[in-house]
Design a protein around this ligand. Structure first.
Ligand code: TMP
Ligand code: ASP
Length: 236
């Protein structure tokens, strides 16, 4: 039994609580949905339940394949136990297919398959809308060391190999996604969550979007999309 203690932090999609294990936290997944750095707000019914389970299955699968993550165990429908980390303020985006900000910035059609994956860095800052940065900025600003930047890129590419195969086996095209990492006494751990909130997931057969773009772009059937990914991942 884990005894939950005081709330330490409330983010856009999760609340973090202290607990009776000093080196761990309880993460509570909310139904709150935001897009465009909280300029758009809403609720996706049961998103917290779906995302808690989706992230747990994926982080455990990555851990089994040798990627060190913060995930410890699922505690309930909406809560899991994670190792406490200091989040590195560099969001790592991996792209396999052109979509979203890349399509917009370069005037490209969504759906072009990239010749090789792209790893991009963004500075984690809501007030600034997470601006894209490069490795030099991260190092010069002391957001990450040179060694950490190398680690982040290599870890992201390794995670990508595993996730591409995993989602492909479920009939899903892994278009792009965002990862966060944190420093801990066990080294750098993959942290945060891997869910349809921070991934673009397209049905391989129909091209249907099964991720937060349904909410961002008012495409309807948002809950159904999260539920479909939940069911596929739960049965994997
Ligand atoms: P983008 O196309 O908006 O740059 O996003 C690429 C992917 O990363 C997309 O799946 C959404 C995810 N992402 C987040 O979840 N949060 C973020 O702050 C950023 C920059 C990207
Ligand atoms: N994750 C960011 C937000 O919640 C950006 C996005 O998903 O559009 O606002």
């Amino acid at each position: 039994m884990v005894a939950k203690a005081e709330q330490l932090y409330e983010g856009k999609a999760k609340i973090l609580y202290a607990c009776d294990q000093a080196d761990k936290l309880v993460a509570h997944f909310k139904d709150d949905a935001t897009a465009f750095n909280a300029k758009k707000k809403g609720t996706i019914i049961n998103k917290g339940v779906f995302n808690n389970k989706i992230s747990a299955v994926i982080l455990k699968m990555l851990e089994d394949k040798g990627v060190k993550t913060h995930f410890v165990e699922v505690l309930s429908d909406r809560e899991c136990l994670v190792k406490k980390v200091d989040i590195i303020p560099v969001e790592v985006v991996v792209r396999n297919v052109v979509a979203g900000s890349m399509a917009k910035k370069l005037g490209l059609e969504e759906g072009i398959v990239l010749k090789r994956p792209i790893v991009e860095f963004f500075y984690k800052s809501d007030p600034l809308d997470d601006p894209q940065i490069n490795e030099d900025t991260a190092i010069a600003m002391d957001w990450a060391t040179p060694e950490e930047c190398v680690f982040l890129k290599e870890a992201a590419l390794r995670v990508n190999e595993i996730l591409l195969e995993f989602f492909d086996s479920l009939g899903i095209r892994l278009v792009d996604y965002k990862l966060e990492f944190g420093r801990s006494s066990d080294g750098i751990l993959l942290a945060d969550e891997i869910t349809p909130d921070g991934c673009r997931l397209w049905d391989k057969a129909t091209g249907e979007k099964l991720d937060k773009d349904r909410f961002r772009r008012d495409l309807g059937n948002v809950e159904e999309a999260y539920q479909k990914i939940f069911e596929l991942v739960s049965n994997a």
